[in-house]
Ligand binder design. Structure first.
Ligand code: CA
Length: 232
């Protein structure tokens, strides 16, 4: 799965530059011209990282950053703030609002891609590996095998994709809509109950007798995979 980068930026020339370079590096790019549009996309699509301009019409980048951090289904999405301002105080304000990194304009495409990769590596350490590991669950992507502890876990293709996606983003809460878009595809006609059915099957296969339930149901938000099960 290609990592998805959401670019929230009102300057078309910068969006074009970023899209060209990010796509060349194997990322999928989504665009929003202002903060509202960005928040709407985030509610629907499983975005891996947000490139967020500081100076936006209507909602400022800082306010958008705060709102992303307040919502359970977007709380852990990595954010890099782009800004024309170069002052140290702005950098601190950006990081305080919950941004993971801060890149002053003008930037070179190579620099921004290096920063994106660094932030993604921290957020998704498993992304480059052939094996995913969360807690005692291990997924072998080459052989399509899953084990929990030493026990093999038999999964159907949909449950496998669902678990893979959750394992690539441990701890992150995804809404049913985000899971549909990630696992079934953006154009698929799948209703939210279908997600619940597959989550139920995944739980049944993954959680053996006496084992913790690793999938957390977040009321009114969605689902997350936890390395260790906390009280929901
Ligand atoms: Ca701007």
């Amino acid at each position: 799965m290609k990592p998805i980068i959401l670019v929230v930026e009102d300057e078309a020339a910068i969006v074009t530059l970023l899209r060209y370079n990010l796509e060349k590096e194997g990322f999928e790019v989504l665009e929003a011209k202002d903060g509202e549009e960005g928040l709407t996309i985030l509610a629907e699509r499983p975005v891996d990282l947000v490139l967020l301009d500081w100076m936006l019409p209507f909602l400022s980048g800082i306010e958008v950053c705060r709102q992303i951090r307040r919502r359970p289904e977007t709380r852990n999405v990595p954010i890099i703030i782009l800004t024309a301002r170069g002052e140290e105080g702005d950098r601190v304000r950006g990081l305080n609002a919950g941004a993971d990194d801060y890149v002053p304009k003008p930037f070179s495409p190579a620099e921004i891609i290096a920063r994106i990769r660094a932030v993604l590596r921290r957020a998704r350490p498993a992304i480059a590996d052939e094996r995913l590991r969360v807690g005692d669950v291990e997924m072998d992507l080459a052989e399509f095998k899953v084990t929990r502890g030493s026990r093999p876990v038999a999964l159907g293709p949909t449950e496998f994709r669902l678990l893979r996606f959750l394992m690539e983003h441990p701890g992150r809460v995804f809404s049913r809509d985000q899971l549909i878009n990630a696992v079934w595809g953006h154009d698929a006609y799948v209703d939210e109950r279908t997600v619940d059915v597959h989550i139920r099957r995944l739980r049944k296969a993954l959680n053996g007798e006496g084992e913790d339930d690793l999938i957390r149901t977040v009321r009114a938000a969605g689902y997350a995979l936890e390395a260790t099960r906390n009280a929901a």
